[in-house]
Design a protein around this ligand. Structure first.
Ligand code: ADP
Ligand code: ASP
Ligand code: MG
Length: 428
């Protein structure tokens, strides 16, 4: 008897109708002879609404209380889904993250999983129940407090449970039919990808394609969990994220994986750019600056150091970081200004990052030229550039980001004939 973990995102459980639809789907899976563990997200945009509410009661929020607040969103969905399953005559029990044995470190808002002990989940499914788990949350043994894994973290809960339970597959149900060559909300002619390597999916997720949480892809790769991303609004086959070359062959039934040069274009509006102006151009200053920012618990993404202005002995260092970490990083820099000796700090949230991803670009020298040509033809000015072996990323102004994504997508002949279906969600 196989074990399937099914994760339903916020748009799939946005209202009572949605919850009943998901209940039907879960019970269908169970009736087909599988044991089913379900992970749910908060309903619709309710996590954003809770964040808005918190901002209204206080301009600065305590991280512990924020996790108490946000974890409530997933608890609402899990209980309602259990009730909806009872309503159609099947048995189900819901569990919070801590009841499901999701143990994390004590860092609120971006906790990392350190152990998964799903005893209660096993007991429930052995008894024939559907086990429903609240996504995106866990508990720290150190502080005995509830933690959350970071935005989009329910995907990671699902994979962590799938790995701990040795599930046959982890299905991620969302509001589009799978992973596309670009976000279908921005590029309607984007095409669904049938299979993608975890290496490429990691770069897509790291570059801002929020269809999958980055840590979920890392976790699935590490533990060899096959991921199937698909829509809860259709029965269409979705996208398989292949953890290893062996699984590639198993899933493809002997057919070799077709390897296009480019797998897709990702974009990200969630980062801001910081420029530290007038940094003394002597050894050790970059280390000091990044030490200060790291102390503020921030993930730095792109970094550029300009050539020092002739004769000034000073240079500028720019980097990008998540907008949510901006205030803390700026405060830490301001505090250290005299010690480090830089002149000022500039901060810009109106930027966007565009990335082109494809394992085939490794062996294809014309890719960069075609990429920069497409951006130049579209009149897009480039602010920063970074590359990996299978990715090129640029930072542009936020206003031209969508045009830039469409231009690059077209330049690499990724446009399909059909219009991609977006079933629900607000894209928030
Ligand atoms: P959920 O609520 O189910 O977790 P998300 O909103 O987190 O859903 O992720 C699904 C959304 O991801 C889609 O509606 C789509 O707008 C966006 N997206 C971004 N990049 C891609 C991509 N390459 N393929 C498919 N969807 C993408
Ligand atoms: N509800 C959380 C969020 O909106 C977690 C998730 O949906 O994965 O980020
Ligand atoms: Mg998501």
């Amino acid at each position: 008897m196989s074990l399937i973990v099914q994760k339903f995102g916020g748009s799939s459980v946005a209202d009572a109708e949605g919850i009943k639809r998901v209940a039907q789907r879960v019970v269908e899976t169970q009736s087909a002879g599988h044991r089913v563990v379900v992970v749910v997200s908060a309903m619709g945009d309710s996590t954003d609404e809770l964040l808005d509410l918190a901002a209204q009661v206080s301009p600065t929020s305590d991280a512990r209380e924020m996790d108490m607040l946000l974890s409530a969103g997933e608890r609402i969905s899990m209980a309602l889904l259990a009730m909806a399953i009872h309503g159609i005559g099947a048995s189900a029990q819901s569990f919070t993250g801590s009841q499901a044995g999701m143990i994390t470190d004590a860092i609120h808002g971006k906790a990392r999983i350190i152990d998964v002990s799903p005893h209660r989940i096993l007991t429930a499914i052995e008894k024939g129940d559907v086990a429903i788990v609240a996504g995106f949350q866990g508990m720290s043994r150190e502080s005995n407090d509830i933690t959350t894994l970071g935005r989009g973290g329910s995907d990671t809960t699902a994979v962590a449970l799938a790995a701990a339970l040795d599930a046959d597959v982890c299905e991620i149900y969302t509001d589009v039919d799978g992973v596309y060559t670009a976000d279908p909300r921005v590029v309607p002619s984007a095409q669904k990808i049938d299979t993608i390597s975890s290496e490429e999916m990691l770069e897509m997720a790291a570059s801002g394609a929020k269809i999958l949480h980055l840590r979920c892809v890392e976790y699935a790769r590490r533990f060899g969990v096959p991921l199937h991303v698909r829509s809860s609004f259709s029965h269409n086959e979705g996208t398989w994220v292949l953890p290893s070359p062996d699984d590639q062959i198993k899933i493809q039934e002997g057919e070799p994986l077709e390897q296009p040069i480019i797998s897709g274009v990702a974009h990200d509006r969630s980062e801001a750019k910081v420029t530290v102006v007038g940094v003394p151009d002597i050894p050790g200053k970059a280390a000091e600056i990044f030490g200060i920012v790291a102390g503020a618990n921030t993930n730095i993404d792109m970094i550029v150091q300009n050539a020092s202005t002739l004769g000034s002995g000073r240079t500028d260092i720019s980097f990008t970081l998540p907008i949510v970490d901006g205030a803390e990083a700026l405060a830490a820099l301001a505090e250290a200004q005299d010690r480090v000796g830089f002149e000022t700090v500039e901060y810009n949230e109106k930027i966007g990052k565009l990335s082109l991803i494809g394992a085939g670009m490794r062996s294809n020298p014309g890719v960069s030229y075609r990429f920069f040509r497409a951006l130049s033809d579209a009149g897009v000015n480039i602010d920063m550039i970074s590359t990996s072996e299978i990715r090129i990323s640029v930072v542009t102004g936020a206003d031209l980001l969508d045009d830039a994504v469409r231009a690059v997508h077209a330049a690499f002949e990724l446009d399909g004939d059909a219009t991609a279906t977006v079933y629900a969600g607000t894209g928030r």
